[in-house]
Structures are given as C-alpha cells and as structure tokens.
Design a protein around this ligand. Sequence first.
Ligand code: SF4
Length: 365
Amino acid sequence: MTSKQFLTLIANLKHKFFFSLFFGCRVNAAESNLISQILINAGLKPISETDNNIPSLIVVNTCSITQKGENESLRKIKSLSIIYPKAIIVITGCASISALPKNKNFYFLNNIAKKNLLSQNTLTYSPKIKDRLSKYHRYLLNIQIGCNQFCSYCIVPYKRQQLWSLPIKDAILQTKKAIDLGFTEIIITGVNLEKYTPGLTNLTQSLLQKTSAPLISFGSIPLNCINDDFLKLFKEYKSRITNFLHIPLQSGSDKILKLMNRPYTTQKITKTIENCKLKIENLKLGTDIIVGFPTETETDFQQTYNLCQSIGFTKIHTFRYSPRPGTASSKLLQTVNKKTKKYRSQLIRNLTFQTTPPFHQKQDN
Ligand code: SF4
C-alpha cells in the first residue's frame, strides 16, 4: 500500500483503538513512535497490547537484521492475527513477508512508502508514546535512513538501500519541539550515521548551539564518524553531551574486517579509541562483536578478544554469526561450528562482566 492508501485506511476505521509494535533497532523505534503520533493526530486512540479494549488497527514494524529477528517478527504477526481476527494489521519494516499466510486483514507498507508517510520532517512524537527504548524522557531523533556500505554479512542494504538524511534545520526544529514536550535527552539515531550527508559533527554542534537540549547522546556511532572536530564538542559542551559511546567494531582481526567489508582497520580502531579516551572525561564504551564469521580462526578470535580486553568495554553486544541468504558472506564456505561460536561468544561476554558489572547491569539501551 502507498502512504496515501494508509491515510485513507485509517480515516475510514470505525473503531478507533490501535497499538503499534516494533522489532529491532532505534530507527524502527523512532519510526513507530512517529507512526503512532500520526494515528493519534488522525483521532485514533493508542492502547497497550495488554489493554482490555480491542484494537481495530495494529501496526508492526519488523526487523530482519538476523534470521532470529525476522522469525520473531513474523511469529508475532501470526499470533496477533489469531488473537485479533478482526483487526487490520499493517506490516512494515525489513522482514520478508513471503513466509506469512494469506490474510485479507494484512496490509503491507514497504520502507519507501513508510518514508513517504514520515516525510513531514518536523513531526515530533510526544512522551505519551512510551516505547521501551526511549523510556518517557528520551527522544529518538532519527536523522538517517538507508545504507549502501554492503558489509558482507548484512541484509540491510538490500532492504533499505535508499539513503535519506534529515536536514539540520529540521533536526533543530524537531529537537526544540521535543524539549518543549518535556523530553530531557535527545538520542541521535540512524541506520548508518556515516552516511548522514550534512555530517554528524555539524549536526551535533548545531543541536548543542541552537537548542537547549539538556543532554545529547547517540544510538550507535560508526568509528569513522569520530574525528578531532567531533571530539572537541565533548570538551566544549561537557555537561550536555554523553560520555557513553557505542561504537560497533564487529571484529579485532584485520583479515576478518576486510572479509566483512568494514571500512576500517584495527590500527584505525586503536588510534580512534585512544583519542576518545584522551578527549572524553569518564568515557564509557560499548560495542557490537560478531563471533564465528566464516574463516575465523582461533588466532583471529584471539585478536578480537585481546582488542576488546585492551579497550575495556562496559558493554558488548555479542552476536554469533548466522548467514543471511543473498549476502556476500553467505557464500563463504569455511564456516565455524556452533559449539565454537557459542564458546567464543561466552568468552567475549565474560569480558564485559570482568570490566564493570554494575554499569552493565544498569544500562538498558
Ligand atoms: S554499515 Fe554495514 S552493518 Fe551497518 S547497516 Fe550498513 S551494511 Fe549493515
């Protein structure tokens, strides 16, 4: 369906209760929040999934970053269609819908139509939309969609290749409105912030200079976005900018990074992190690591382990590699067995606990 058909559909609903769910990343969360706001603006009433009222509309924003995530999204849609047989279910996001049974109540809003729907760049959602990531006081400012990096393991460029960046002036307007609505933290988020055309440093500086945002933080920052100009902001605006950076590294082996098509080397990682440690007071770091990528030897893994240990992350999301059909790495033959992946993932996980357990337990992003 097109964005126009979506708006016609909601205008013609007889009963007005709806709920909206998302799977996966902060970009999906931010989009779902904005969709909910559009529905509220159109006169619909948000309810929670556990509410006694019966929804006439459910919007599900799916994820396909891993096969597990995709299966989870599809399972949920099937179960919702059984629990609420009369509800219209609008399915959007990245999951492949071909595995879903035919159902006259299913409507599909693809990522391009969703983007068109959300193209009012200054639309802001209110704190009443309590999604599990923004937790009432945090506003997810989505500034970028799409990726054409084609990391060899990742399905995202096949699902969201079209790039979009929120103009800085609209980001400022949205932030000001969010602050007026009572949000106290602005979380800058995007599919790949390295592809944000006005530049992450320019945007962050503008938000710090031109709004009264009490705290600016970041969902996940690509290593290549961190340069001297970006780090200067942490000195200049110390009390208004986070000291937690989540930098997805994926591996500490140059051989594996190259096979993954990640746009940096371990030398660049070390240099950048050292610079962050020098320039950011009380710095806390998080990362994502994939273990068991095809051809990952014991030596490759040890390099990743050593790198993580020497950096001292307070939070590591560890993923056991699973091939996504159609991606370049799914064609690599030297795979790592399940048992080894499990063992390596446990070793990396343990590193986080060794570093600072209280912080790890407290964080919820
Ligand atoms: S940067 Fe790589 S991992 Fe991230 S969305 Fe793009 S292709 Fe996927």
